[in-house]
Design a protein around this ligand. Structure first.
Ligand SMILES: [Zn+2]
Length: 365
């Protein structure tokens, strides 16, 4: 499939608009017109990963950590990043990164962590955005209404809670007079035409509004489509970083830490707090979440499970009576390849491979 079609599918589920402003996500290297058959999923791309991709005839590498993050002024082989970009292009390998948008999105990294740990009824720890909703109203000849409704639904319009394909339809008469220079689908130049039309109304979240409008225009038979877009006061879904879950029964900090260690197949885990402290609400922030300790405590969690906890973060947590389970940045995020493969495996035309390169820079003795 074309890279642009694959990206469209990915971004419908994991929109780039969810990413923080400082982030760098999306297609970082590649040609949107490329044909993609084989995809490699991996936490980040270094020279070994790129060699692995070339050896396995990979067309696209998808990483969690942005392959290009800091500003670069030149792309040449005298520095490592330039050399790797050059290598990717020379070998027709595209590279796409999905970072904070994947942390924040539903069914992204944080939700997957909750799922593998069996933490249920999850809530958002830190809301970053509340979806703006729009209403599209479009007028279409009765004969083409079904087709247009399908196109709107396929582009993602009409979702309300657990319902898809939601529209409201009413019949009426549309009138128009084609003027000089027009080539009308119905009617002749200079004469007022009356056509049986359906007014279709549906709801669309902001992040897919552009795509829905272009699908609607493509599926509509008229040269000039009559449609209205209203910004709604109704609020859409909240999205944000980190998750909270109230446990069905209390667990000690020690037992919870051991469960995580086992599920993530970790060698060791660092704990801040007493082993026998009782936990009934957990907060999770994959990657680096030490700055969320206070927020997690305010939301009623007794522990935050995250990575990259520094000495002073640990001391501050103890001061306010908060527990931390530090699983390390790598171990909370290497699961990216599992969740991403599961999502991409739902797309028929591509084959998805998980990288075998161990990217954990730390070893323990
Ligand atoms: Zn990370």
């Amino acid at each position: 499939m074309k890279l642009k079609s694959l990206i469209k599918k990915i971004e419908l589920k994991y929109p780039l608009s969810l990413a923080y402003d400082w982030d760098n996500v999306g297609l970082l290297v590649g040609d949107y017109e490329m044909d993609i058959k084989r995809v490699l999923v991996v936490l980040e791309a270094n020279e070994k990963v790129i060699e692995e991709a070339i050896k396995n005839n990979i067309d696209l590498i998808i990483t969690h950590h942005p392959f290009i993050f800091k500003k670069i002024n030149k792309v040449n082989t005298s520095d490592l990043k330039g050399k790797l970009i050059h290598k990717l292009i020379k070998n027709d390998v595209a590279l796409y990164s999905m970072h904070t948008n994947f942390d924040i999105a539903f069914d992204g990294l944080n939700d997957y962590f909750m799922e593998i740990m069996g933490f249920e009824d999850t809530k958002i720890l830190d809301i970053t955005n509340i979806e703006t909703l729009y209403k599209i109203v479009v007028y279409v000849p009765t004969t083409h209404a079904e087709n247009l409704r399908k196109a709107l639904a396929n582009a993602g319009a009409g979702h309300i809670g657990n319902y898809s394909h939601c529209t409201f339809n009413c019949e009426g008469i549309g009138t128009f007079k084609p003027l000089d220079g027009s080539s009308p689908f119905i009617g002749v130049n200079g004469q007022v035409e009356k056509v049986n039309e359906i007014k279709i109304e549906t709801i669309v979240p902001q992040n897919i509004l552009g795509g829905v409008i272009s699908s609607m225009l493509k599926a509509h038979p008229y040269e000039e489509v009559a449609y209205d877009i209203y910004r709604l006061e109704n609020k859409g879904q909240s999205v944000g970083l980190g998750r909270l879950s109230k446990l069905k029964q209390n667990i000690t900090l020690e037992k919870l830490s051991n469960n995580i260690k086992e599920k993530l197949k970790m060698d060791y885990i660092r704990i801040v707090g007493n082993f026998d402290n009782e936990i009934n609400k957990v907060a999770v922030v994959t990657g680096s979440g030490a700055d969320m300790v206070k927020k997690a405590k305010r939301q009623g969690a007794q522990v935050i499970i995250t990575g990259d906890v520094k000495y002073h973060d640990a001391q501050d947590a103890l001061d306010i009576g908060m527990n931390i389970i530090d699983c390390g940045h790598f171990d909370t995020e290497d699961i990216f390849k599992d969740v991403m493969k599961r999502f991409l495996d739902t797309i028929d035309e591509i084959e998805v491979i998980k990288s075998n390169i161990n990217l954990n820079p730390f070893k323990t003795i």
